[in-house]
Design a protein around this ligand. Structure first.
Ligand SMILES: [Zn+2]
Length: 455
């Protein structure tokens, strides 16, 4: 018997919880019960690992910090039988690098059931300059909530991934599973070009059947005071657009006239207002983030501000704006971009406009295969006595790394820690979600490994 006594007692506790699960839900099998026991037995160590990881600053641009996180993770993956490969990216994209790990199927690729791809990131939005640096329990939460930079997004997810894999190893369920892991060091601020930055992830996806993205999920507090856990199967795209308009400069008294026309700022506002009134449709948003215009208009290199000059009595010859575009599908992206181009091309007299789109994140569209996976996740949760999990729709979150591989395979988004306030100082994690999400992941992975490979 591999488990210490405490684990056996905890496993019995789970068995009694199972008796209360609603009729019709499949109960846990003996190997699945062993996964639960292993996760419970290790939960104090998992919390300690979370604290350790959170207290290493790994803001995206703090490359040494991202590497320090990698150095904590590598021996843990190796101890579980993964072959780990560090891909430095500093010279390619000016970011830290990607951790790529592989657990091979002993019988040969594709002979261990569904081939799994686990996606995560080691960086956070909190750079060393941030005031938010340390892990701490949240007062008055009875030890149930903790705060810290990246505690949910997504160092909690890294701990959950390791906890699930460790339990599988302890329960003898990892031997015959084919798993690839790609942890990027630049999810929060991807390096360019994106196709190079996400190369490892895309290559791993081509060899996998199902993706699990360990980003944070949300717990809804509505009718159920305990909270309702959610997971997502779609993410919207995120693409940045830029508009530059031009016009003739002259005395403002002559604006709208045949000679000087309307100026660059009226042309820009015409376009933006046409976007507002003519583009709305389901699942689509587009926000204008920054506008500059006048005699001169210049955006800074970081695209976070700029400079403009002008006078009330001079028709402005230059204006720029930029914003984002978020869609449910790549078809929607193409169609809306086409409409935006057409609007931009209907110039006011004596003006010009140019609109360009950056290659951003594609959309991860909700698919039937994604729905099946969501059902399996929720079934695993019910069998664990944790209740059903509901879908958090694509409008509830931003874009993410899984979007780059969504055209290759179905996946779940938000199988990591459940918390609140990601990307803001004071971000929190519900600590009970570390074992509960680890159990859902371990049981789902075990079940997927029993299903034939192929999509
Ligand atoms: Zn994240």
């Amino acid at each position: 018997m591999k488990f210490p006594k405490a684990a056996v007692i905890l496993a019995t506790g789970v068995a009694s919880a199972l008796a209360q699960t609603p009729a019709g839900t499949t109960a846990l099998t003996p190997p699945e019960t062993r996964l639960v026991a292993a996760i419970d037995a290790n939960s104090a160590a998992d919390r300690a690992l979370l604290e350790q990881l959170v207290n290493i600053n790994s803001g995206t641009m703090h490359l040494a910090g991202v590497i320090a996180v990698k150095d904590v993770l590598v021996p843990r993956f190796e101890a579980l039988g993964f072959r780990v490969h560090w891909v430095p990216m500093e010279k390619v994209t000016a970011r830290a690098g990607d951790l790529v790990a592989e657990h091979a199927c002993p019988a040969g690729a594709g002979h261990c059931g569904k081939r799994l791809l686990l996606i995560g990131h080691m960086d956070t939005v909190f750079e060393p300059s941030s005031a938010f640096q340390r892990y701490a329990p949240v007062p008055d939460s009875a030890g149930q909530v903790a705060t810290g930079p990246g505690v949910a997004d997504m160092k909690g997810g890294l701990v959950i991934m390791l906890a699930a894999l460790h339990a599988m190893e302890q329960a003898g369920a990892l031997k015959n599973v084919e798993i690839r892991i790609v942890l990027s060091g630049d999810e929060e601020r991807p390096g360019a070009p994106l196709e190079k930055a996400r190369h490892d992830l895309i290559e791993a996806a081509k060899q996998s059947d199902v993706a699990l993205e360990f980003e944070p999920g949300s717990r809804l507090f509505g009718q159920n005071p305990e909270g309702q856990d959610t997971v997502s199967i779609g993410r919207r795209s995120s693409i940045m657009w830029h508009i530059e308009t031009s016009g003739l400069s002259g005395h403002s008294s002559q604006i709208f006239g045949e000679h000087f026309g309307y100026g660059a700022i009226y042309e820009l506002t015409r376009i933006l207002d046409a976007f507002r009134t003519q583009l709305p449709e389901g699942g689509l948003t587009y926000s204008v983030g920054l506008v500059l215009g006048g005699a001169t208009a210049q955006m800074n290199a970081e695209q976070t501000g700029g400079e403009a000059t002008g006078k009330d009595n001079v028709i402005p010859p230059a204006a720029i704006a930029y914003g984002d575009l978020r869609t449910l599908s790549n078809e929607q992206t193409a169609r809306v971009e086409e409409k935006m181009r057409a609007i931009a091309a209907r110039h006011l007299p004596k003006t010009g406009a140019k609109i360009t789109f950056d290659d951003g994140y594609p959309a991860m569209t909700v698919t039937p295969a994604g729905r099946d996976l969501l059902r399996e996740w929720s079934d695993a949760s019910e069998a664990l006595g944790l209740g059903p999990v509901v879908e958090a729709g694509p409008m509830t979150r931003g874009a993410g790394d899984i979007s780059f591989v969504a055209s290759y395979l179905p996946g779940l988004v938000g199988v990591g820690a459940l918390g609140q306030g990601s990307h803001a100082e004071g971000e929190t994690v519900f600590l009970d979600s570390l074992p509960s999400q680890a159990k859902r992941n371990a049981v789902l992975m075990e079940r997927l490994s029993q299903q034939p490979s192929g999509r």
